[in-house]
Design a protein around this ligand. Structure first.
Ligand SMILES: CSCCC(=O)C(=O)COP(=O)(O)O
Ligand SMILES: [Zn+2]
Length: 210
């Protein structure tokens, strides 16, 4: 748990990419991953690489202000990763995936500013929740090519009571974070599972699956 040295972080991000790609959450070059290092800098995926086929050479270091510390072009979404590390000092891993389910949910409800999960046992994966008799808010923000616009739009919702360590960018994908890369992966998996379960429920209620 916690921060890591660069070599361990690079290995963890490469392995995480393989698993997320296997789940269908890293199509084409979609997604990006990062980890906070022992010295406070950030290990981050290089832009434009297939995240299911990463090698340690596809991981670079940036400072918390975004200054590249090793050669390479940092992810186009570096600013969103750094915003999480600044907002949440306990966050040591940030993952971003492009699943069809998360994107489909965000597009099916174009006015939604959040999605509230209620009553699921899976809610217990989130920090501070120890019963299914709880609710958890997944903030939803419109997409933009300007990362500062996304950061400004979503930050208040991330800090509000009841927010989970994840948010959804409409027509784009899901972000998650945790005290380690492994914990961020649990949050991503749980949130994807909750989205898939709710979409299935909506389908059953509408009779689509009969
Ligand atoms: C075809 S994916 C478009 C860019 C994106 O949303 C993404 O997650 C990957 O960007 P990166 O610069 O980190 O490769
Ligand atoms: Zn993306």
């Amino acid at each position: 748990m916690g921060t890591m040295g660069f070599d361990d972080a690079a290995r963890a991000l490469v392995e995480t990419g393989r698993r997320l790609d296997f789940r269908g959450w890293a199509p084409a070059t979609g997604g990006n991953y990062s980890a906070r290092l022992d010295d406070g800098s950030i290990a981050l995926t290089v832009s434009g690489r297939h995240k299911g086929r990463l090698t340690p050479a596809d991981i670079m270091r940036v400072a918390l202000d975004g200054t590249p510390l090793t050669p390479g072009k940092p992810s186009a979404e570096t600013a969103l990763h750094l915003a999480i590390y600044r907002l949440f000092p306990e966050a040591n891993g940030v993952l971003h995936g492009h699943s069809p389910e998360a994107v489909g949910l965000s597009r099916a409800y174009p006015q939604a500013r959040e999605w509230v999960f209620r009553g699921h046992e899976m809610l217990k994966i989130y920090p501070g929740i120890d019963t299914h008799e709880a609710q958890a808010r997944l903030p939803i923000v419109d997409n933009s090519q300007d990362m500062a616009v996304i950061e400004a739009a979503v930050s208040p919702a991330l800090l509000a009571p009841g927010a989970i360590p994840a948010y959804l960018i409409r027509s784009h994908g899901l972000y998650s974070w945790g005290a380690s890369v492994a914990e961020a992966e649990h949050v991503l998996e749980a949130t994807e599972w909750l989205i898939a379960a709710e979409l299935a429920e909506i389908g059953f209620r509408n009779g689509a699956a009969r």
